[in-house]
Design a protein around this ligand. Structure first.
Ligand code: AQP
Length: 333
């Protein structure tokens, strides 16, 4: 069976609707056709400087959200990145294969370093894409289900895999990004030209999966739209309405065209928002209840993660052995 790998950073307690629709929904869909690996990438999250308590809590609650969102640990491997030391071991090798300028061109790094300044930016943030490449390449993943914002990092991963194979002989599978067209980019409700993002300054634009449904309803009611008054799908001219239509469509399963007909006529923005709020609440309530259950008694979760780490290490250690041999590291024994 072909493999997939994906992950999320435990940088916050709650996932947002963009993480859920952009990534998790396709994870759930793909787990029946692929040998799937889903990782909580805690080493990536260390780049934002959490306290130890925060990191521990967020790692568990993020894993809980994988399961609550429909990842079946009997079928898929769910694990924590730091439990599998091969990730950082391979990352070092990939660092040595990456050009400084090449890494400096990553737009996510430029955005973040732009906000924090060079002194406030740690080197972990700079080498992040090479660690992400290691996450993927260790598992011979053929596909990586992510949102649009990860496309450039995926391209780098492919480049590094090809470069390694050309220099040292075929070692890695070249992965493809799997980006679901409709939900590739869920936008902020307050700034619908920017993606919904955990680290956004304006949290009113984010729908958090673990917030009270009431709080999300309020945010949806205050979502920025436009003064045109007619529901049409025009992401350029009407980004706020387009975003609400895409969210509706992703959650209800109805086509955007059909929705535009359904909300034809004047003054239908309110009705659209009410329906989106109901759809969000509908997925959120059972999701949140299941997370509370899993986190309340973490024994089950910890068992899943221990089992996941064991299975992940089996695959990762075999790949790393191939890599170490290929580059010429002397065997220890
Ligand atoms: N707005 C989004 N629309 C669709 N997909 C999205 N993803 C993130 N935002 C959107 C996808 O979610 C997965 C997990 O992402 P991550 O944990 O690596 O975090 P991120 O991409 O850094 O997401 P955030 O929320 O924007 O976090 P910050 O603000 O901390 O950078 C990925 O598959 C991503 O594509």
């Amino acid at each position: 069976t072909p493999r997939i790998l994906s992950g999320m950073q435990p940088t916050h307690d709650s996932l947002h609707l963009g993480n859920y629709l952009g990534a998790q929904v396709s994870w759930v869909r793909m787990q029946s056709d692929f040998d799937a690996f889903f990782c909580v990438v805690d080493q990536h999250a260390l780049t934002v400087g959490p306290t130890p308590e925060e990191l521990r809590r967020r790692t568990r609650v993020t894993a809980a959200q994988y399961l609550a969102g429909g990842i079946d640990p009997e079928r898929s491997t769910v694990f924590v990145q730091s439990h599998v030391p091969e990730h950082s071991q391979l990352a070092w090798v990939l660092n040595c294969l990456t050009g400084y300028g090449e890494a400096a061109r990553m737009t996510q790094f430029k955005d973040k370093a732009g906000k924090r300044g060079t002194e406030g930016t740690n080197v972990g943030l700079f080498t992040y894409p090479m660690l992400m490449a290691a996450d993927i390449l260790l598992y011979d993943a053929t596909a990586v289900p992510v949102g649009e914002d990860q496309r450039q990092h995926l391209e780098l991963t492919r480049d590094l895999a090809q470069r390694f194979n050309a220099r040292y002989g075929t070692t890695f599978v070249i992965p493809e990004a799997h980006i679901p067209a409709e939900t590739a980019k869920i936008m902020s409700l307050q700034e619908p030209t920017a993606k919904m993002s955990k680290s956004a300054d304006n949290q009113a634009g984010n729908l958090m999966m673990l917030d009270a449904p009431k709080a999300n309803t309020k945010k949806i009611k205050s979502a920025v739209t436009d003064t045109d008054n007619a529901v049409r799908y025009d992401p350029e001219a009407k980004p706020g309405i387009a975003n609400l239509l895409r969210i509706h469509s992703a959650l209800s399963g109805e086509k955007v065209d059909a929705l535009v007909e359904q909300y034809a006529g004047e003054n239908k923005y309110g009705a659209l928002k009410t329906d989106v709020a109901a759809l969000v609440a509908e997925v959120q309530e059972p999701f949140k209840a299941r997370v509370d259950e899993l986190v309340g008694d973490p024994a089950e979760l910890d068992r899943v993660l221990a089992r996941g780490a064991e299975r992940a290490r089996e695959v990762a250690s075999a790949t790393l052995a191939r890599v170490y041999d290929a580059v010429g590291f002397l065997p220890a024994a």
